[in-house]
Design a protein around this ligand. Structure first.
Ligand code: FAD
Length: 353
């Protein structure tokens, strides 16, 4: 998988064997990019193509039917796929929370029984991580006879209509975070409102409102103290979405100093610990914006036309400034974009109309 832009150096041999199939999918994604940009929903065939390569089980051990990729291997694959279609890659990577939950031996066996179908992507997963957000609870899980009741909202859930199962986190009793698996389908008390996105609109991203949605007790994955939450593995891999946008710009531009900037940014993400991951993520997002703008300048007035690759990549880069953000990422980006390099407070409210 080694190439001019180096994503995929030092990969294990079985990962390198993915290469041909992966490149075919990246090429198909790129060919479809304009059409998908205008579509209401991603073509199911994009997700099926990922399933055929075994990529829904990317992180599952080979003994469980997965590809046995390490998290590092996965980031290279995410970068390459995101350079073809950000939306399809975006929806696909939401699956890994569900996969990781089912691989966890602490998860009840009845839920783990879904593992074979989740590894193949026959059952596809999405996430509503609203219960992990700091501050006042936005979604509450209350114990009721036989299960749980959900009240509140999950402002962002991508892949609605494309996924089968939704891993929902909510605030539970006694300062706990409760994780439940729901069918991603209509439920009494659930209101689904489609968001209209400036890019990746085909990701079918929705706002969910829960008014007393009941969930069977057998769908409980875990209830853990809010304080004891593990660090998020997704923080690193979400950075590869931005690298994918940079990568596509580099491929369209031909050799420029952006190639080296991409390698440097990737290395920063790969070597970052908990403390400097926000800065590395912010740098990747800022580089995606810079690369898309460099491409627009290089393409000249064509970039003003709706559907031009530079026009689309610019909108995609803008979304990656805010998707999967955390206070440290936001603060670093505010500093980066401030004319005097000063940081506004990370607590600056984020507004949703
Ligand atoms: C296009 C798009 C699609 C999205 N799809 C999904 C999705 O499918 N599922 C989903 O769960 N979210 C999804 N999100 C939400 C996203 O992951 C973040 O919550 C959001 O980007 C942070 O936005 P914000 O800065 O407005 O803060 P808010 O969302 O208003 O969050 C408030 C605070 O909580 C922090 N925060 C947010 N999420 C977490 C977390 N998991 N752990 C710790 N702190 C957190 C934020 O940094 C911020 O400081 C999506 C967002 C966008 C823009």
């Amino acid at each position: 998988m080694s190439d001019r832009l180096d994503a995929g150096s030092n990969l294990a041999p079985h990962v390198v064997r993915l290469d041909d199939g992966l490149q075919t999918v990246v090429d198909r994604f790129w060919r479809d990019a304009g059409e998908v940009d205008e579509a209401d929903v991603l073509p199911a065939s994009h997700l099926e193509a990922l399933g055929r390569l075994g990529l829904y089980g990317a992180l599952a051990p080979r003994s469980q039917g997965g590809l046995g990729l390490t998290p590092h291997d996965l980031t290279s694959v995410v970068e390459r796929l995101a350079s073809g279609s950000l939306g399809s890659t975006f929806v696909w990577i939401q699956h890994f929370r569900l996969l990781r939950s089912l691989l966890d031996p602490a998860t009840p066996a009845t839920l783990r029984a879904w593992l074979p179908d989740v590894v193949t992507g026959t059952l596809k997963g999405g996430i509503a991580l609203v219960g992990l957000m700091p501050g006042p609870p936005r979604l509450m899980a209350t114990r009721i006879a036989g299960g749980w009741r959900l009240d509140g909202a999950a402002p962002w859930v991508s892949g609605w209509g494309l996924i089968n199962l939704l891993l929902v986190t909510a605030r539970g009793p006694h300062d706990t975070t409760v994780s439940l698996i729901l069918d991603a389908a209509p439920h009494p008390g659930l209101t689904v409102d489609r968001a209209r996105l400036s890019a990746m609109n085909a990701s079918a991203t929705v706002h969910l409102r829960f008014d007393g949605v009941t969930v069977d007790g057998g769908r409980l994955v875990s209830a853990v103290p809010v304080e004891g939450r593990p660090e998020e593995a997704d923080l690193r891999s979400n950075g590869s979405l931005a690298l994918g946008v940079v990568r596509r710009c580099c491929l369209l531009l031909g050799p420029t100093p952006l190639d080296q900037a991409l390698r440097h940014c990737r290395e920063q993400l790969d070597t970052a610990g908990v403390d400097n991951m926000p800065a590395a993520r912010a740098a990747a997002s800022a580089l995606a914006v810079q690369a898309a703008h460099a491409l627009a300048v290089a393409r000249g007035s064509r970039a003003a036309l709706v559907g031009d690759p530079a026009e689309r990549l610019t909108r995609e880069a803008a979304i990656l400034l805010v998707f999967g953000s955390r206070p440290g990422i936001k603060r670093t980006l505010q500093q980066h974009f401030a004319p005097d390099g000063s940081a506004a407070s990370a607590d600056t409210p984020s507004f949703r109309a």
